[in-house]
Design a protein. Structure first.
Ligand SMILES: [Zn+2]
Ligand SMILES: [Zn+2]
Length: 136
């Protein structure tokens, strides 16, 4: 049986259930991710479709430095940023906030993006490949 994981917003209203193992886990230190999460970096896991969303999400589309448009979904009640997709690339899957899984055994990140924006005190774990900006 394929493993399922559910990520849930802070109030429980919005959730997303994904299948299988993540296709990638990464950290993003860009200023937009710092602002949208309120944290000093975002931890994001990519999953292939299919996935199931329950509850209501508010959307915000942001254009990245490379011109890609990302559609962020967050809970209109508690404000948790839960997941996002890339416009035109929805078939590739969804990126989910790692913290929302509430699972300390979740696979560790292998990539660190916008490392040039990383706070000096944030130390990367072994085995992480760091990219100055977005390698995509
Ligand atoms: Zn919520
Ligand atoms: Zn970012």
């Amino acid at each position: 049986m394929t493993r399922q994981r559910t990520a849930i917003c802070g109030c429980g209203q919005l959730s997303i259930t994904v299948q299988g193992e993540p296709r990638g886990v990464g950290l993003c230190h860009c200023l937009a991710c710092q602002a949208r999460t309120g944290s000093v970096f975002a931890a994001i896991a990519g999953f292939r479709p299919p996935y199931e969303v329950k509850g209501q999400a508010t959307e915000y589309v942001r254009t990245g430095d490379q011109g890609a448009k990302f559609r962020f979904r967050f809970c209109p009640v508690c404000g948790s940023n839960l997941f996002h997709t890339e416009e035109g690339e929805e078939a590739r899957g969804v990126a989910v906030a790692v913290g929302a899984f509430g699972d300390r055994d979740f696979p560790a990140p292998t990539a660190s993006v916008y490392d040039s924006r990383r706070h000096g005190w944030v130390v990367l774990p072994d085995g992480v490949t760091a990219y100055d900006t977005d390698p995509d």
